[in-house]
Design a protein around this ligand. Structure first.
Ligand code: ZN
Length: 341
């Protein structure tokens, strides 16, 4: 837990759609046994108006651990929003020990244009991947300032554990998949409470939400929920099942234990390899998510505009299909098949 003195919960005085706007959150200031909705004031735009992040907080009647659920860092990854909405619809704060925070649209700018990136209008416009710039920079561009505000005014001092909900990017898909840094025992435990299809033991990447939490001593995992731009109830429901297991394990909510990685039979790998297009053209992927592939098996091909096969792709190793390119066209560097092994 952080020793940084916490700023008090601060209301700007604005109300949006009946929901109060806050510039800082401090869970200690909130009354116990209640569920709250806030609009968190993020960075502002060239037109002088702010981006607002809708958040929900369930503050339990009893003290306990604090779990942060975040989604919407990438604006085309939407399954996570339904996970948080469904969880909060079933919560009774008087039954909780500790707190749950749900951040539904962490990067509203990116959600607005259904994109992986945040658009800043400065210098003819530039795009930032929000999941690489944490803990942000208060003197940076609007994306970096927004990351700074999320980290410092909302997240860091208000949670003991964090889960960042993503999906694969537009034109690609994952099954239900977890990134987790197994060097930290508490993280391995969290990951294996999720009945995921696949789990990767992964040391993380600097600047991501997950790794920034881990670097600050807060156990965190990333859950990749299926494909972009859609709601996939089979993955949403299974994610919720896993998050309830974690809430149960952390003794925040004494709810029914669901399936785990062990009982579901999750495939756990340490390495992954992405087979990417080496040229532009029409792509045909020959495998499905979760398939077992063997080395040198044909997994994809590409055709030119006339339908001639211009390249065939073989599996460089044996493993399990973790992700697919689903778009019919692929330019060079585009993902065809990712293998976990
Ligand atoms: Zn993402």
């Amino acid at each position: 837990m952080s020793n940084t003195p916490q700023h008090a919960t601060t209301y700007s005085g604005d109300i949006i759609g009946g929901v109060p706007v806050i510039t800082h959150l401090n869970l200690d200031d909130l009354e116990s046994g209640r569920i709250y909705r806030f609009m968190f004031q993020g960075s502002n735009m060239n037109i002088g108006q702010h981006w607002y992040v809708p958040i929900m907080v369930a503050k339990g009647s009893q003290p306990g651990k604090r779990l942060l659920l975040n989604t919407g860092i990438h604006g085309d990854e939407l399954n996570g929003s339904r996970v948080i909405q469904q969880l909060f619809a079933t919560l009774d704060a008087t039954q909780l020990s500790g707190s749950i925070i749900g951040i539904i649209q962490a990067a509203p700018n990116s959600l607005f244009h259904i994109s992986r990136t945040w658009y800043s209008s400065t210098d003819s416009g530039e795009f930032s991947n929000m999941n690489g710039i944490f803990p942000g920079d208060k003197n940076g561009n609007s994306a970096q300032i927004h990351a700074y505000l999320l980290w410092n005014h909302l997240w860091q001092n208000n949670c003991d554990y964090a889960i960042d909900l993503h999906s694969q990017s537009t034109d690609t898909e994952y099954p239900l998949f977890v990134f987790a840094d197994y060097r930290v025992a508490a993280i391995k435990t969290m990951a294996e409470l999720i009945p995921a299809d696949q789990i990767k033991n992964d040391e993380g990447e600097k600047g991501t939400v997950e790794t920034t939490f881990v670097e600050h001593g807060i156990p965190a995992i990333t859950i990749e929920i299926g494909a972009a731009r859609s709601y996939q109830s089979k993955y949403i429901n299974r994610t919720l099942e896993g998050i309830k297991n974690i809430l149960n394990h952390l003794q925040i909510w004494n709810c029914q234990q669901g399936r785990t990685a062990a009982s579901y039979g999750s495939f756990i790998g340490n390495q992954m390899y992405s087979v990417k297009a080496i040229t532009g053209g029409y792509a045909e992927v020959k495998v499905s998510l979760g398939d077992d592939v063997i080395q040198n098996q044909e997994i994809a091909l590409q055709r030119n505009a006339f339908g001639d096969v211009i390249h065939t792709y073989l599996a460089p190793m044996s493993g399990k299909v973790l992700s697919l390119g689903t778009g019919a066209t692929r330019e060079a560097g585009g993902l065809l098949v990712r293998i976990l092994y």
